[in-house]
Design a protein around this ligand. Structure first.
Ligand SMILES: [Zn+2]
Length: 331
């Protein structure tokens, strides 16, 4: 079962140049010895002794990306009944006590998005939302609860039988979709969310353009783009076997792996958005409030002031470490 649907060699994901230097190479030996990756995972991904996948840096624009991409999805795969049950249980746990702070953060994201859509939308028709690259996201059911009536969760990595977990005979109905053509048939959308997904895009600019094309002319898009600082962490990554600090190790493991294909820093990412035709809408995005604690509690005030500081830095044009972008089409 050798898959590699998207496997291939890429030019720079920002400027298309084919001129890069290798920063770091993942090999089987490294994955086993440094990351202790279990052999069943390596086997599933067809990683053998000849495997290598390299993070490179474009010599033309400085963008970081994986040049030789491995894609481990099996084409036409289906979840077994057991796997479906497991995934539903996992999904249900995303709505539970331990996730309350995160849920509140997602709530404030959709609330901001909803306000912007309502301000812009001139007619009285129902509201639609697309969660692009959604995985098993809580945003789809949550946006449904908050008033978007036509909600689609799209992810090309879903199995073909993803619709078996789609809620149908309930009030909170929305649709899981794995085929981009099905998404296009429903376009345009009033709101599109792309939360921590673009680092996985094989065709980064192509998918951002897809999002632009799928958005209605008076719609609003939201990107949450992770900061994955290749320059800042490359020394640690090369020396990961000897890193002792637990926080650094967990950051390295979460950030640098063969499925994170694009290491685009915020300023460059915003440039790509602007070149695609988007314009940023500056929003004070309140970070997750600590639930069950008074608003004037120190922990909440700290988050509150951080949010405002970020907003004002954004107004001044600083995009360093910026992770959230609300966007409309440039007119
Ligand atoms: Zn480049």
């Amino acid at each position: 079962m050798n898959i590699r649907e998207h496997a291939g060699y890429r030019n720079c994901v920002n400027c298309d140049a084919d001129d890069s230097e290798i920063m770091f190479t993942f090999t089987k030996k490294w994955l086993v010895e440094v990351r202790s990756t279990p052999s069943e995972i390596l086997d599933r991904m067809n990683i053998d002794d000849n495997f290598s996948s390299s993070i490179v840096k474009c010599k033309n624009c400085g963008c970081g990306y994986i040049k030789d991409v491995i894609e481990s999805r099996e084409p036409n795969s289906e979840w077994s009944q057991e796997k479906i049950k497991e995934n539903i249980e996992f999904y249900q746990k995303l709505f539970s006590r331990e996730t309350i702070n995160h849920l509140q953060y997602e709530y404030s994201l959709i609330k901001n998005l909803l306000d912007l859509v309502l301000q812009k939308k001139k007619d009285n028709s129902e509201l639609s939302l697309l969660d692009f690259g959604s995985s098993l996201s809580i945003l789809s059911p949550m946006s449904r609860v908050m008033g978007f009536s036509d909600v689609m969760a799209y992810d090309p990595l879903y199995p073909n039988n993803i619709s078996e977990i789609t809620p149908q005979n309930t009030a909170i109905n929305f649709k899981f979709v794995t085929d981009i053509e099905e998404v296009k048939a429903k376009a345009p959308f009033d709101a599109i969310i792309c939360q921590s997904a673009d680092e996985h895009f094989y065709d980064l600019k192509g998918d951002i353009k897809n999002i632009y094309d799928l958005l209605s002319d008076d719609g609003v898009a939201y990107f949450s783009h992770p900061v994955m600082d290749l320059d800042g962490d490359i020394g640690h990554l090369r020396n990961e076997a000897n890193v002792k600090d637990k926080k650094t190790i967990s950051r390295l493991r979460a950030t640098f792996h063969v499925h994170h294909l694009n290491y685009v820093m915020p300023k460059m990412f915003k440039d790509i958005l602007i070149r695609t035709g988007f314009k940023e809408i500056k929003v004070v995005m309140l970070k997750q409030r600590v639930a069950g604690v008074n608003f004037f509690n120190f922990s909440n005030l700290k988050l509150f002031f951080k949010s405002f500081a970020k907003y004002f830095l954004g107004l001044l044009g600083s995009n360093y470490r910026k992770t959230e972008f609300f966007l409309e089409k440039y007119k």
